[in-house]
Design a protein around this ligand. Structure first.
Ligand SMILES: [Zn+2]
Length: 235
């Protein structure tokens, strides 16, 4: 058995001039996808459960799925949270701490449309709901291009910031732009994280590395059939 880890970005209608329209999944589609998971008997698990699973522990539920969001957009709170809560699902949200409460664009030259990001209150409310929070760095950088000191700061300062805010350990990381290499993995370990998520396509199996968790991207172009294929047939 393998466990699907889904990842989303924005749950919203695409902005008119957005370059990456695929990053938007409309609330209607998201609701259909989550409802389908429910009907098929899936239960959302926590990242800690995934750690136990790769070490060989049996998952506590029959059909586990881990639902993740990258970047920490405000629309996750407004549009995704009520849908997830209604269906009894939780998720794991990766926050870039330099964006908290701000309206700006991710540091990618190709996309200049600003987005609203979650503020501290919203992050706390989701955490209170039982959602897990992980770090996505501070400034959403390509970590493999940074020098050692800056890299460690991205990893440690973001972790400490979220830990102080939520009064809990922040044990999981997601690589911004999916970019990492062996040096980055080693730094993530030294920073004290227990696991990290990539954008490498696939499900998570027993024996996989905790610092290279594969995920399945769900984008705005996916129909419900594409979604079903990803959940059931994709390995
Ligand atoms: Zn990101």
């Amino acid at each position: 058995m393998k466990i699907p880890v889904l990842y989303y970005h924005k749950i919203d209608f695409p902005k008119k001039n957005a370059v990456y329209k695929g990053l938007y999944v409309t609330p209607g589609r998201f609701k259909k996808q989550m409802t389908l998971l429910k009907i098929l008997g899936y239960s959302s698990i926590k990242p800690e459960d995934l750690l136990s699973f790769i070490k060989g522990d049996k998952p506590g539920v029959k059909k586990p799925v881990l639902i993740t969001f990258d970047d920490g957009y405000k629309n996750n709170f407004i549009n995704a949270r009520p849908i997830l809560k209604n269906l009894g699902f939780t998720s794991l949200i990766f926050i870039s701490t330099g964006f908290i409460g701000k309206k700006r664009s991710i540091s990618d030259e190709r996309e200049s449309i600003p987005e609203d990001f979650l503020d501290e209150k919203e992050i706390k409310l989701m955490h209170d709901d039982g959602f897990s929070v992980g770090s996505h760095g501070i400034n959403h950088c390509y970590l493999d291009r940074l020098e050692e000191g800056v890299l460690m700061d991205e990893l440690i300062a973001s972790k400490v910031y979220l830990e102080n805010m939520l009064k809990t350990g922040i044990d999981f990381f997601s690589y911004p732009f999916g970019s990492y290499n062996l040096d980055v993995i080693s730094a993530v370990k030294r920073a004290g994280y227990l696991g990290a998520f990539t954008t490498v396509k696939g499900k998570v199996g027993i024996g996989d590395s905790a610092y290279e968790f594969k995920r399945i991207s769900v984008n705005g172009y996916n129909t419900i059939f594409n979604f079903l294929y990803k959940i059931i047939f994709l390995q």
